[in-house]
Write a protein that binds this ligand. Structure first.
Ligand code: PNW
Length: 479
């Protein structure tokens, strides 16, 4: 591996934990087994097969529904402290609706997985929702419908009740930005709507309230016995100012607020970032709307939402430059013109197999510093970080990626005083990469999707990560 630098030649603190992640629809398969209901990704893949590359779908995926013991054995080989995975809502509540029947077989599957993890000394870190909404709830309009708050609250209570005795770390939502922006604005994720600057704001509004409600349910009904922690995982690209001009600095800050702050400012401070409220209110008015396209929280709701997080989490992959731009036509109704920032990349940055993902390790250090400063020095979990390629077991570039990104995490901790306590690699194994199907590979284990047994094979990066975890150090010459 690469030579030691001043930073890589040091060790991660004793309290620091390493993990690795997957998500239900991306790995489980068994899409219609043992009473599971249809979700929006089942529906999209089956009814609109051109949406996903090669017409791929998650019907079988990595078959983790049947192979979870093997997955846990891989986790054990890596030596991770915890496994971050998600629950399939429609496996647990087939129709998704509040008050509708619970599928015991779904509960039993997750109980078995958690038991197996426990037997192997691996802590579960459980995401309640990672994008696979029950199709019935989409027929009610999905997250832009305020009723979703009640449906999610019912689901959250069911999982706290049934699984909470053996789970300490809960995440309500994974990457609400992708649920609302890609789901309802760019239309690049299920359900695939293009309602930029409109339905996406309603989606976020309900989702944030649903998060807060689940948090309070845990706080009041479960925390006293279960003693766990609840948070929400948001993602953002790091926006590096294109220059040190005030206008470019403001543009970068605005982009961070429109991506990460949209959700996290609400959870931390009770409301959307001021810059979002001001810009969207003002532009809505200019456009002739009687009320802002950005919904309002009441004073009561602000108090209810404020502080509903026990940890701050970030999914981080990449960086772009952000630059100020002229105000575009004020009549355009869109998220992009509400934000109004130009972005570009440095073409010399190493590519991955994903068009949106360039390898920019220093961006993670800058992002961690921004989070620490912006949210008053909280404990921070990196809940996803990883890179794609087109396959192969000799994934040296993935090793370099992890070494360089982890080295920036280490520098953020040791040199900048940022309180990062967890790092989660994405992903345990190659899996269903949403609209890219099985073409883009993020795994440390390769999965043969042509073989019905879905055999897993370790890549070189799996041994590298295992070595990092065992030595708590990024090179083999640690002090
Ligand atoms: C995450 N972006 O999504 C998801 O949580 C995973 O399910 C997914 O497999 C993984 O990253 C890799 O794509 C993202 O455009 C998708 O910046 C896109 C972006 C960020 C995260």
């Amino acid at each position: 591996y690469r030579e030691a630098t001043a930073a890589t030649n040091r060790t991660f603190p004793d309290y620091f934990k390493f993990g690795i992640a997957t998500a239900s629809y991306q790995v489980e398969g068994a899409w219609n087994e043992d009473g599971k209901g249809e979700n929006i990704w089942d529906h999209l893949c089956h009814t609109n097969p051109t949406f996903v590359d090669n017409g791929d779908n998650g019907d079988i995926a990595c078959d983790s529904y049947h192979k979870y013991k093997e997955d846990v054995a891989l986790l054990k080989d890596l030596g991770v402290d915890y496994y971050r995975f998600s629950l399939s809502w429609s496996r647990i509540i087939p129709l998704g609706l509040a008050g509708s029947p619970v599928n015991q077989a779904g509960i039993d599957y997750y109980k078995s997985l958690i038991q197996e993890l426990g037997d192997n000394g691996i802590e579960p870190m459980v995401t309640i929702f990672h994008w696979d909404l029950p199709e019935t709830l989409q027929e009610f309009g999905g997250f832009p419908n305020p009723e979703l708050e009640e449906h999610f609250a019912y689901y959250a209570r069911v999982v706290f009740e049934n699984l909470g005795d053996s789970v300490t770390y809960w995440t309500t939502f994974n990457e609400p930005l992708q649920t609302c922006h890609q789901g309802y604005s760019t239309g690049t994720m299920a359900p695939g709507y293009k309602s930029s600057g409109l339905a996406e704001y309603k989606c976020a509004h309900t989702l944030i309230k649903a998060h807060a409600k689940a948090y309070h349910i845990y706080d009041e009904e479960f925390r006293p016995q279960q003693q766990g922690y609840v948070g929400i995982v948001a993602d953002t690209t790091w926006f590096e100012p294109a220059s040190d001009s005030d206008a470019d600095q403001e543009a970068a800050e605005r982009a961070l607020q429109f991506n990460y702050g949209w959700y996290i400012n609400a959870v931390v401070n009770g409301n959307y970032p001021a810059v979002m409220i001001e810009r969207i209110d003002e532009r809505s008015k200019q456009q002739g709307f009687e009320t802002s396209r950005l919904p309002k929280f009441t004073e009561e709701e602000i108090e209810y939402i404020k502080g509903t997080h026990d940890y701050l989490a970030i999914n981080a992959y990449t960086t772009v430059y952000a630059q100020a731009k002229e105000e575009t036509d004020p009549t355009v109704v869109s998220y992009e013109s509400d934000l109004n920032v130009d972005t570009f990349i440095d073409e010399s940055w190493e590519q991955s197999a994903s068009s949106w993902l360039r390898v920019v390790p220093w961006g993670l250090r800058n992002l961690l510093n921004w989070l620490s400063k912006t949210y008053n020095h909280p404990e921070i979990f990196v809940t996803e970080n990883g890179v794609s390629d087109l396959g192969g077991l000799d994934d040296d570039r993935r090793i370099n990626f992890y070494q360089e990104y982890l080295s920036n995490v280490l520098e953020a901790i040791l040199d900048d005083g940022v309180n990062v306590t967890r790092y989660t690699a994405w992903s345990l194994m190659d899996n269903f990469e949403w609209a890219r199907g099985y073409t883009e590979k993020f795994g440390m284990y390769s999965v043969n999707f042509d073989n019905p047994g879905r055999p897993r094979t370790p890549k070189a990066s799996a041994s590298y990560y295992a070595q990092v975890i065992a030595s708590r150090c990024l090179v083999d010459t640690c002090e």
